[in-house]
Design a protein around this ligand. Structure first.
Ligand SMILES: Cc1ncc(COP(=O)(O)O)c(C=O)c1O
Length: 398
């Protein structure tokens, strides 16, 4: 191949060594040694106070948490290495520790719960020899909120089931909707995907055991969306290993209740996790200096898990406060979520949200769901009660 002299701006410059080494002269006035953008503005103490102050009353979700001092320190001090080459000992160790905690052979850090769930389901579906289905609760995140990923990534049909008891799927629900017998009209069920907690509800472990035992008899795979399995563990006292035992694969989120800035972790059999690593790369999510994130995640597991129970107590206190005012709960409050119907009790949800926003510091309250995270202050419930009191008072004067 012949390399020609390069034209840059107005000047033509020569190339050397048979055209393999090039030296160009920049156009007059161009300086590429200057930064492209202004320096990063360091947040002030006031910026931090504002962000963390707002967070203390932000009931939007448990995804809104901010990294603690300890997490920031761990991130700043992390000595990283290129994790695509699996050469970062703290990340390898963190994954091993989570695998051990959950009683699985291996674990893999993922950038999100969605990727973690969808990759696991994809790998299960790949093992089917024809058209295949995933059976899940009709409220499941993998079905409702993952952008149609099961159809898009895995060409899987979805068998959605409404739990007959309104709380959790039973073995009988699953048996009624799963397709086990070969029939040209149907795609066979390949995976049963459960979620714990789901809308804050704890899935009874005994029922999971029944479903899993039957699924194994049928040769079906069991996946768990355990984005908030930590909450189930904190609420029931069951170990993560006990909660994960009935499943082949489990996805646990680090960035929900535990408060890590980013990340989920997929656990399962070693061979499957190795494949997941390959597919993670295929989907463009091989992460290089991942140590910054696993350091924060490590702190999150260590420091935040012991605080989850308090978030459940707060949620329950809030649920009692609402119920005492005649505001119906639409889903039982079992962990950190409070589902309520303000309209049924004559409260305008928009007015609640506006009044909450106008407080100093502001509160974020959204109907029909409030979520308690570990950075919520204890007096959030009283402040919310104050908003409802003010609304009652203004109704009386109307
Ligand atoms: C139950 C559940 N599973 C999975 C996810 C997906 O997590 P991510 O937002 O990290 O993709 C979420 C997100 O809120 C969730 O609530």
């Amino acid at each position: 191949m012949v390399y020609h002299p390069i034209k840059t701006g107005i000047r033509t410059v020569s190339s050397a060594v048979g055209g393999m080494v090039r030296e160009t002269v920049l156009p007059a006035g161009v300086d590429v040694t200057k930064p492209l953008i202004p320096p990063l503005r360091t947040p002030t103490a006031a910026d931090n106070d504002e962000a963390y102050g707002k967070l203390a009353y932000d009931l939007y979700s448990d995804t809104v948490t901010l990294p603690t001092e300890a997490m920031r320190k761990a991130m700043a001090e992390a000595v990283c290495a290129d994790e695509v080459h699996q050469v970062h000992p703290p990340t390898v160790l963190f994954q091993e520790q989570i695998a051990q905690l959950t009683g699985k052979e291996a674990a893999l850090f993922m950038p999100s719960g969605t990727l973690s769930n969808q990759l696991a389901l994809h790998l299960h579906i790949l093992q089917a020899c024809g058209p295949a289905s995933v059976l899940c609760d009709q409220r499941a995140h993998v079905y409702q909120f993952e952008t149609g990923g099961m159809a898009y990534h895995s060409r899987a049909a979805t068998q959605t089931v409404a739990p007959s008891n309104g709380h959790h799927l039973t073995l009988e629900d699953v048996q009624q909707h799963a397709t086990i017998e070969e029939d040209q009209h149907y795609s066979l069920t390949r995976v049963i995907s459960l979620e714990n907690t789901l809308n804050g509800l704890v899935f009874p472990q005994e029922e999971i055991g029944r479903i899993s035992a039957w699924a194994r008899e049928q040769g079906l795979a069991m996946h768990l969306d355990g984005a908030r399995l930590w909450n189930a563990a904190a609420e029931t006292g069951l170990s993560l290993a006990e909660l994960c035992a009935p499943f082949d694969t489990v996805s646990l989120c680090l960035s929900k209740g535990l408060g890590a800035p980013v990340g989920s972790i997929l656990v399962g059999p070693r061979a499957m996790i190795e494949r997941a690593r390959k597919f993670r790369k295929l989907f463009g999510a091989g992460m290089r200096q991942l140590g910054v994130l696993t350091a924060a995640a490590h702190v999150a597991v260590h420091d935040t898990f012991p605080q989850l129970r308090r978030t459940h107590d707060l949620a329950r206190r809030c649920a009692h406060m609402l119920a005492a005012r005649g505001i119906p709960l639409t889903v039982p409050c079992e962990t950190n979520m409070v589902w309520f119907d303000a309209v049924a009790a004559g409260y305008d949800p928009d007015e609640i949200a506006q009044r909450a926003k106008a407080l100093d510091p502001p509160m974020t309250v959204r109907c029909p769901r409030m979520v308690f995270h570990y950075q919520i202050r204890d007096d959030a419930v009283e402040r919310l009660a104050g908003i409802l009191d003010a609304m009652d008072a203004s109704k009386k004067t109307e």
